[in-house]
Design a binder for this molecule. Sequence first.
Ligand SMILES: [Zn+2]
Length: 167
Amino acid sequence: MVNHVTRDIELRQRAWDAAAQVVDPEIPVLTIADLGVLRDVSVRDGEIEVAITPTYSGCPAMNMIAVEIEIALERAGFRKPTVRTVLSPAWTTDWMSDDGRRKLKDYGIAPPQAGSGRRALFGVEQVTCPQCGSTDTETLSEFGSTSCKALWRCRSCREPFDYFKCH
Ligand SMILES: [Zn+2]
């Protein structure tokens, strides 16, 4: 029994590591682990089930992510892994790791601000320019290159930049 449990823990870790390598097709510097999209990996009778939560409902990238996870797990030696989508609780940018936020910024996309959803509601959202660090920024368009990004511009360095706005 103990051996069985130990084996499952090892399997789960190996499956988690394989799934955690999968990147967001829209922002390839971020893995689904960085994003907090990868919620859980469970083992039952040697079968792997991965739970993911989309960054927003109906996100077209999620189908691709699910397929990528299956491919990554099969490559790691797991047969017929299943990917389950969990919609509740809903994904929030708070689930994005610090590492993920840093990678986003290095990629030139302003990372989501903590609690940005609530502040945006009151119209006082403040976004930091990923190029120069100025907070003197303005929205150009609520719709950037993908549905998860808005197009902003920095008034200090005059550069436009993407802001990751899903929350
Ligand atoms: Zn700037």
